[in-house]
Design a protein around this ligand. Sequence first.
Ligand SMILES: [Zn+2]
Ligand SMILES: [Zn+2]
Length: 258
Amino acid sequence: MLVDSHCHLNFPEFKEDIDRVIANAADNQVKYMLTVNTRLSETLAVQSIAEKYKNVFCSVGVHPHDSKDYNDQSLINKLIDHANHPKVVALGETGLDYYYNNSDRDDQINCFKMHLESGTKLDMPVIIHTREADEDTIACLNEYPNAKGVFHCFSGSSEFAKQGLDHGLYISFSGIITFKKAEALRDAVRYVPLEKMLVETDSPFLAPLPHRGKRNEPAFTRYVAELVAKIKGVSFEEVAEVTTQNFFKLFNKAKASG
Ligand SMILES: [Zn+2]
Ligand SMILES: [Zn+2]
């Protein structure tokens, strides 16, 4: 059994065939999915998917790209309110993206800290998106030593992975690890202990080989887990079992159903 720890099932790419996508996940051993919120304007749409499918959990949060629209202290209470929903098991995705800089850095930092504060208050994990912002990401985390969470779709160095692990975070790998030029990232897979690792698709983006360039979907979590197994020199079953246990340990509000 696998869990896709990060996907975006409310995105338009899934509008036509979401039933088939969820069935296809099950056919590929992906029993659970966490569909991740990126804007509060889409929170209800995300929650309604998690209400409809019993094996789909969801989060509530604001993507760093959109933080300019939500940089107001009232965000903390809004996050806490939405987190009451029974299927909401995490806050995010939040974080810092200095590669695209779609929002000003100050807005991104403030928004990220509001998620960390809400996560600390609720004792709820935070899904962290971080790109070319290692130093500021760690500086924010250091202000919230009790915050727990995951670096999702990890694309950083082993050194940065170590800093996340030192903070107690999990590290989630996506289909990027299958890309030809991702040798440094495969070193990070080698470095991160399986006991602190999650797998994800970030679908509909970043389809792994052999589907690169096409729409990604939760079923393709399998390719990520297969490559992790190969890199680590362990069986696929072991990767599946341990990463699934890790998922339910971190997102402890998520309850396995049957
Ligand atoms: Zn992300
Ligand atoms: Zn995402």
